[in-house]
Design a protein around this ligand. Structure first.
Ligand code: GTP
Length: 338
């Protein structure tokens, strides 16, 4: 069947903390994308991104607990099929599906799932793969994360983020490296997603030819990330002392360097809304103070994604600092060697 009668899928991929949610949050405010269904895949069992997208309806789906490119591929299939039933039952209508992958996802198996499943193939087509690349951390990410090389290789479009905190020299040298990996990709810059045009989401018809040949080979590689990646998440039962928390986190990051790949939090510090905390390796981004909680449950959540470091050491450190932070915590999830 011609693509004219199918629903386009845009896959948004990119390293941990490279700005996927930020970009999507901006784009989803545009009227042209109002009718999009969104599937968000988060690494740990506690998801925050679907809240941050400020889009919570039956067309916004959170896939937690693992990467859709490997152990969760069946979940992706199931959710795409459930979107089809929403459409058939006329409960909901959408004209595009946007899939935000985890930062460690290999996009090839995701595309392969859609391209090879007879039902999905009949209703959907892969229109565009976007890869966000953090201009500040891009070089380190390319060196340390083979997933990023795959994400760049397969990207139709690269969105260079965080150029506001990157020197021209750093940026130009990164662009050269990205072009070596994928010379044909279209590259745009977006600072906090603000100047991204809605067309970025749409394909340019070059797409499919690159894929079908190589995808099956790539897709067979189920375990794409090294087994030394762990995640740990906590929930807190009282508001945190924000200053004390900042001191604790800074000392933790200082002590562990790049082994803490990502920290994300939605934190109750006793204000009307929570603080959104975002750290990518050693950089802590300016926290975002929300006016109100995205959902009824006002518990603080804190998530760490770690490389080559025992999650227990974060647990121990938090235990030691508990009184200082003015709160008690509960361990929500401990994932070892994902
Ligand atoms: N200075 C600056 N910060 C940015 C930019 N884009 C995103 N950020 C910040 O980077 C942090 C991570 O952004 P996210 O959008 O959550 O990144 P992500 O790729 O969705 O993260 P994961 O889902 O964990 O992989 C947040 O604090 C953002 O505000 C940018 O262009 N400039």
């Amino acid at each position: 069947m011609s693509n004219r009668y199918k629903t386009p899928i845009t896959v948004v991929t990119g390293c941990l903390g490279s700005g996927k949610t930020t970009l999507l949050r901006k784009l989803l405010q545009k009227p042209e994308l109002k009718n999009s269904a969104v599937i968000v895949n988060e690494f740990g069992k506690v998801g925050l991104d679907h809240h941050l997208l400020k889009k919570t309806d039956e067309k916004t789906i959170l896939l937690k607990g693992g990467c859709i490119c490997c152990n969760n591929r069946e979940d992706l299939e199931k959710e795409l099929k459930s979107l089809l039933s929403l459409e058939h039952s006329k409960t909901s209508d959408f004209d595009r599906v946007i899939i935000e992958t985890t930062g460690m996802a290999d996009p090839a198996p995701i595309l392969f799932t859609v391209l090879t499943n007879p039902l999905l193939q009949h209703h959907f087509y892969i229109d565009c793969v976007i890869t966000t690349v953090d201009a500040k951390n891009g070089k380190i990410h390319l060196q340390n994360n083979p997933e990023l090389v795959k994400q760049v290789t397969i990207a139709d479009k690269i969105v260079l983020t965080k150029t506001d905190i990157t020197s021209n020299l750093e940026k130009e040298s990164l662009i050269k490296e990205l072009k070596k990996i994928n010379p044909s990709t279209e590259m745009v810059e977006a600072i906090h997603g603000s100047n991204a045009n809605v067309d970025i989401i749409k394909g340019n018809n070059k797409v499919v030819s690159i894929r079908t040949d190589d995808l099956s080979k790539l897709a067979e590689n189920k375990s794409h990330y090294s087994s030394n990646i762990n995640s740990i998440s906590f929930t807190f039962n009282k508001p945190l002392d924000w200053t004390a928390f900042g001191l604790w986190l800074s000392s933790l990051l200082h002590a562990n360097g790049e082994k803490i790949m990502r920290v994300k939090g939605l934190l109750d510090v006793g204000e009307s809304g929570p603080i959104v905390l975002n750290g990518v390796q050693h950089i802590i981004h300016p926290p975002d103070h929300l006016n109100k909680w995205p959902e009824e449950n006002k518990q603080s959540h804190l998530i760490f994604i770690l490389r080559e470091i025992e999650p227990n050491s974060i647990f121990d450190s938090l235990n030691t600092f508990q009184n200082f932070l003015g709160t008690n915590f509960e361990l929500l999830e401990l994932n070892i060697a994902l």
